[in-house]
Design a protein around this ligand. Sequence first.
Ligand code: FAD
Length: 352
Amino acid sequence: MTIDYLIIGQGLAGSLLAWELIQRGCKVVIVDNGRENASQVAAGLINPVTGMRFVKSVEVDNLLPTAKLYYTQLAAVFQQTFYIEKPMLRLFRSDKELTHGLKRLNDADYNDYLGTITSPDHAIKNLIAPFGFLEQKQTGYLQTRPLLSCLKAFFIAKGIYRQAEINYQDIQLQSALRWQDISPKQIIFCEGHHATHNPWFSWLPFQLVKGEILTLEHQSQLPDKILNFGDWLIPLNNRHIRVGATFDRENLNTLPTERGKAELLNTLKSVSADLAQATLLYHQANIRPCTLDKQPFIGHHPKHPQLAVFNGFGAKGSLQIPGFCQYFADTLLNDSPLTANIQRHYATHFTG
Ligand SMILES: Cc1cc2nc3c(=O)[nH]c(=O)nc-3n(C[C@H](O)[C@H](O)[C@H](O)COP(=O)(O)OP(=O)(O)OC[C@H]3O[C@@H](n4cnc5c(N)ncnc54)[C@H](O)[C@@H]3O)c2cc1C
């Protein structure tokens, strides 16, 4: 079978890239081993302004509208809502954070993303916020699991999905690119953290980070807003919340740990004592494909241009992947200059 692109990995990156290329008339096959991936475990949070100093994410003014439009269009196709927009309360953890928040509030460049600051004397019931909080706008979360299920069903219905573990030695590069019965023009690896085992792309400076996340049932009265207090809390409905996520650069496996759970529950109790009574429903862990320079890894192998990578979306896949799918498709089909091109690492990391 001759096709344009063989995509390896049906996480958010591979799924949306496949979708984008199909919309543009390409012949695509997508292969995945069917195991739980980072995209399914992720909370899907989109937060345009992050960190202690409240800094806008790189290119957020372009990436956010693209992501929102993308998820709205997918919702129309599959008759299901995937992206839930919900304001976020950023609870200050110190006077210093409050000062940074006040500074950003006076910056016109942040008007679209920041609301008002509430002082501690106007506290919300059940919420411990001794330094007050800032309301953030244009935040929300992507329901990744239903989105990936819909896309998988779509690929299966089109006969372009294969469940298989790709063994790299089964990929034939010469004389023509081939895997099993498929002859693609290019193979695009969208393997998330597994890319560190890929013989053609493991030289890229990944900086993987394990994360653990909890789903809890509770009886407390909470605001119907996302809370951010270093960790975050997403109210799924008035009884269920997701809480996360830990950052662990040492133990790069997908096992939930007692330590991770305790860390998340302790921080949670510090913002709402009531939530100490919450019941744990799920405890999950996976690995974020973060990168040394915090930019995605997109582009072609320096010696084998028929092999490409679309990866490195770190902790920001929901925000970044739709926009970067479009940029990459423009490059693949129209030769447009590529943003986040891995060429930036050829000289420093590729040894041949
Ligand atoms: C705990 C946690 C919380 C997170 N929270 C957020 C959040 O709130 N917001 C956000 O935007 N991001 C979040 N992320 C990050 C998010 O998960 C990633 O940015 C994104 O999902 C990466 O998608 P991906 O498709 O690159 O990788 P993955 O989702 O890991 O997909 C890669 C796929 O490739 C398959 N694969 C790999 N190698 C092979 C092979 N050889 N053969 C066959 N199949 C293969 C894998 O099985 C997998 O299905 C979180 C991550 C974690 C772990």
